[in-house]
Ligand binder design. Sequence first.
Ligand code: ADP
Ligand code: MG
Length: 383
Amino acid sequence: MDRKQFIKKFEHHFAGEPRLFRAPGRVNLIGEHTDYNDGFVFPMAIEFYTTVAIVPTRDRKLYIRSENMDELIAIDLDDNEERRNHWSDYVSGMAWALEKEGFRLPGASLLIESEVPVGAGLSSSAALEMASALALLSTVGGELDSQQLALLGQRAENQFVGMNCGIMDQFISVHGKKDHALFLDCRTLDYELVPLKADRVRIVICNTMVKHELGASEYNKRRAECEKGVELMSADYPGIKALRDVTLKQFEKVQHKLPEVVRRRCRHVITEDERTQASIAALNDEDLEEFGRLMNASHDSLRDDYEVSCKELDLMVDIARSQPGVLGARMTGGGFGGCTVNLIWADAVDDFVEDVAREYRESIGLQPAIYISVPSDGAHEWI
Ligand code: ADP
Ligand code: MG
């Protein structure tokens, strides 16, 4: 996307000279379905950004146009307590959260365009929230630190949009850093930027091009199953607040007391927390093979224990693992469609892209989108 052209586009639809803000999508390398269990995640920001151009108005209205949706909607800030079940909820929800925080917004015209594929599991939603948050804050000259921004975005998505997501997506969209992935403790929000230079290896994202509808309801079920596990295990381990508090050893001692499904859900989360911590150690030791093995184990656990994969994700992973130079392949994001993430030796990438696309297409009749991304910077003003 070209900055000057984007300004021209803005001027085509609205009056005034806009300021531009951008926030990236993300791919989670490992640590899936651990965030809402107070556990660990390890995402990186990708090179695809959502851009929001903004000019303040004085009429307490938001005029929001999305190029991706090719639609303009007007929102009255004095009548903005409820979601409208519309894509604009992510923006008006951000406005709602900022006003709850004490920022009184004057109104604004906003033009939005996303390079992050929308609804593909690469978090176009958090990118939209974080770019909108910076843009809206600029109209009041307000400032929030990066952690507050992420938390406000999560609040907008939880309470306004009605999606009960964890903190990972907003957090990485703000804190991402070029050439680094981010290890995050979702309980304390302590984080560590871990160098991930894409010189010897590449991060390749394969989009299955499917999104199964049961995603949202299954997500809420998984959350409830995890809570059930905590409740049952707290009989033996009083004081545990989340699955994060249970070690694998402790789990193994009491797992026979859990109903079968709850047992498998807990096993995924508890082993995934261990794998995520182990993967940081592997990267620090420059042991990329071990990192790849941990990614593979993560997928198998998500498929068998947590049951959030689907046949298209499994197929994409199986095809990837059969290619030369692949260190690890796993589904990424919530599951039931969306993308896989692959760690690949740099010199094997060209063949990988061609062969995986062909094999997936031949098996399933869909042409997958394949993206190669380096770890990128978090939300910022685009000047
Ligand atoms: P993901 O975050 O993985 O892309 P979600 O379902 O969480 O998927 O968020 C996608 C939703 O976010 C879209 O359906 C739309 O409502 C909203 N959205 C994201 N990006 C844009 C955009 N550029 N323009 C309008 N709406 C967007
Ligand atoms: Mg999302």
